[in-house]
Write a protein that binds this ligand. Structure first.
Ligand code: GLA
Length: 325
């Protein structure tokens, strides 16, 4: 051993001296709704990337704008070099970018795209996200397929479309779903839209309830929404209005947020969920940031994660296991 190293090792200073070499790089991972298993999955795969590639992930919940901006300050104070973020509000984009720039932090967005002051997507900020329209179309096709399978008459069926149009990815998912249903032959006049006030089960439940009371003659319901919680809220509303599970087909998006529901002892109106790749989103986004911070490799402006599998009561355990979830 080199003389100086030997001396350091003997005095116990070597470990201290070498530590920064291994654990120096710190990267943040900020998510809007940490209560969703979706985001917990992204976090755990970001951690995995950190272990594989040699950086520490600072995980922060950012439910609102104030928390987001103060989180960025603390990241910088803690020596982080950048962060991945799913923003609580796309309109915060310019404020987040201004602060990050001032503090010298690099930014990669995940799931939800920033909007500029004119309300247009900030395409200059790298984004990793699911293929929103495609997964929506798949939702519509699978609903149609299951409706046919159950032998429902189209004339007696309505679509409850719970929307969150201010979020681009949500608008594209429900838009894709509605166009696929129409393309399959579902009449536009029987597709009813209702906006949710909040992106959680209670918000969607209220939205669903208000829609159901306006259409008392519909016998069977197809439920669409941008994610599992939205569809779950709609399903809970049909239960409250005494629809049996046989008369309701809800198909969510996220998959990992549907595990409790699909595990219930009896089937509910929540038929299944499309599982994209929260694992890939979490790993890929922070890997891109790491390469940017450590090697100067510019991330692609847009990375679209395409695959999705339909989880139902029959296959969800096996499918999640296949993906290591
Ligand atoms: C949005 C939704 C989340 C999840 C992600 C996936 O952020 O709020 O539930 O579906 O998109 O991209």
């Amino acid at each position: 051993m080199h003389g100086l190293l030997k001396k350091l090792a003997l005095t116990g200073l070597l470990a201290v001296a070498l530590q920064p070499v291994f654990a120096a790089e710190k990267l943040g991972y900020l998510v809007k709704q940490p209560e969703e298993p979706w985001f917990q999955t992204e976090w755990s795969f970001a951690d995995k990337a950190g272990k594989d590639l040699g950086f520490t992930v600072l995980k922060v919940a950012v439910p609102d704008g104030e928390k987001t901006l103060s989180a960025i300050d603390s990241l910088a104070a803690n020596g982080a070099k950048g962060f991945v973020i799913c923003t609580p509000d796309p309109k915060l984009g310019p404020a987040i970018m201004a602060k990050a720039k001032r503090l010298g932090l690099k930014v990669v967005t995940v799931d939800d795209q920033f909007l500029n002051a004119a309300g247009k997507p900030m395409t200059e900020v790298p984004l990793v996200m699911m293929a929103a329209s495609k997964i929506g179309e798949r939702q519509g096709k699978e609903l149609w397929k299951e409706m046919k399978h159950r032998g429902w008459k189209v004339a007696e069926t309505g679509v409850m479309a719970i929307t969150a149009d201010e979020l681009d990815t949500a608008r594209r998912r429900t838009g894709g779903s509605i166009s696929a249903l129409q393309a399959a032959g579902f009449p536009a006049a029987q597709i009813y839209k209702v906006p949710t006030k909040s992106n959680d089960i209670p918000g969607a439940f209220d939205a669903g309830n208000s829609l159901l009371v306006q259409h008392p003659n519909v016998k069977h319901w197809l439920i669409i929404g941008m994610n599992d919680n939205t569809v779950l809220g709609g399903v809970r509303a049909t239960e409250g209005q005494h629809f049996s599970a046989n008369d309701v087909i809800g198909i969510g998006i996220n998959g990992v947020d549907a595990v409790n529901e699909l595990s219930k002892s009896k089937p509910t109106g929540f038929y299944g969920s499309l599982l994209p790749s929260p694992d890939v989103n979490g790993y890929r986004s922070i890997q891109q940031l790491h390469l940017w911070v450590s090697k100067g490799v510019q991330p692609p402006k847009f990375t679209e994660i395409v695959d999705a599998v339909l989880l139902t009561r029959d296959n969800f355990k096996a499918e999640l296991k296949k993906k290591g979830l």
